[in-house]
Design a protein around this ligand. Structure first.
Ligand code: GTP
Ligand code: NA
Ligand code: MG
Length: 290
């Protein structure tokens, strides 16, 4: 099958960087300044991932800090959940150990990065130092003739945030991300917990479309999807590729980093381990988040 004829899907963007360099502040800004993809908007964050429609009308899925943890655990399993890493570096603190960790993970996963040099509103900001520190750590930034974009931003004042959105959009156009909307769905568990409403897992759908009533397996457990909720807590009938959803209906709690596979019926789902083995023997399991 020619992948170029598949429908486009939203890019999945993970924000990484050293502690306190402003990851959450940037995400909050993007969330507020954008028209939330769900009708009710993402006023209170409901799950550790959210979709926004940027001003240009394109949808983007951002993974928040729990998504970041899942990203690392999935990396250890050899799967890539993210298409783009935004590496946040505070202009007043420059490259730090967790910046370098994030770089390592992005490189190992062969995920392209965009560097957001944050806190440029601060008097202590030293953008040139950050750029030379990045170069010293092997980041081939545009200023030095490479192809990694650096964007100067402030999550506090909003300066440069439009440029950051544009960088994300132009990089995703280059990546030309597409996924099947039909067929058996696949995805990944980003996080899971037991809540008052029951066992809940945030699943990022990467291929196919999940619907209420579908059977899915994750690790050794299964669910008949009872409810799917968007980030804003809105009930969804279906979740196409690129959509993060909170799923209820689990018989046991799956783990963050587990791969989610749709199963044709309850019997297959109940025998999650056998079903997974069967798929992999048939060579049908499973894309590495293509
Ligand atoms: P962790 O999740 O703890 O690793 O931190 P983080 O990277 O999410 O940073 P966070 O968004 O919590 O910001 C850390 C501190 O920096 C907070 O006090 C923010 O208000 C502040 N901050 C974030 N962005 C900016 C900025 O652009 N300018 C200024 N002046 N302060 C900022
Ligand atoms: Na912080
Ligand atoms: Mg944070």
């Amino acid at each position: 099958e020619d992948p170029s004829v598949l429908p486009p899907r939203p890019p999945v963007v993970t924000i990484m960087g050293h502690v306190d360099h402003g990851k959450t502040t940037l995400l909050d800004y993007l969330r507020k300044s954008s028209v939330a993809a769900s009708e009710h908007g993402g006023i209170t964050q409901h799950i550790g991932a959210f979709s926004v429609k940027l001003s240009a009308g394109k949808q983007i899925t951002f993974l928040d800090t729990p998504g970041h943890a899942a990203f690392l655990s999935m990396r250890q399993r050899g799967a890539n959940v993210t298409d783009i890493v935004i590496l946040v570096v505070a202009a007043d603190d420059s490259v730090k150990p967790q910046t370098i960790e994030a770089l390592k993970h992005a490189r190992a996963a062969k995920v392209p990065i965009i560097v957001a040099i944050n806190k440029v509103d601060k008097e202590e900001a030293r953008v040139d130092l950050v750029k030379s520190d990045l170069a010293k750590n092997g980041v081939e930034i545009e200023d030095y003739g490479g192809d990694v974009q650096t964007v100067l931003v402030s999550g506090r004042t909003g300066q440069g945030m439009q440029d950051l959105e544009e960088s994300i959009l132009s990089l995703s156009e280059v990546l030309d991300l597409r996924a099947e909307e039909d067929g058996m769905a696949e995805g990944w568990v980003l996080e899971s917990s037991v809540k008052s409403i029951g066992r809940a897992a945030t699943v990022l759908v990467k291929r196919g479309t999940l619907r209420r009533g579908d059977y899915i397996v994750a690790g050794e457990v299964f669910a008949k999807i009872r409810v799917m909720l968007s980030e804003g807590g809105v009930e969804l009938e279906e979740a196409p590729p690129g959509t993060p959803v909170e799923i209820l209906g689990w018989r046991d709690l799956p783990d963050a980093g587990d791969q989610v596979l749709q199963a044709p019926d309850e019997d297959k789902a109940k025998n999650a381990i056998d079903y997974r083995r069967e798929l992999s023997e048939r060579g049908e399991a499973v894309s590495q988040m293509a």
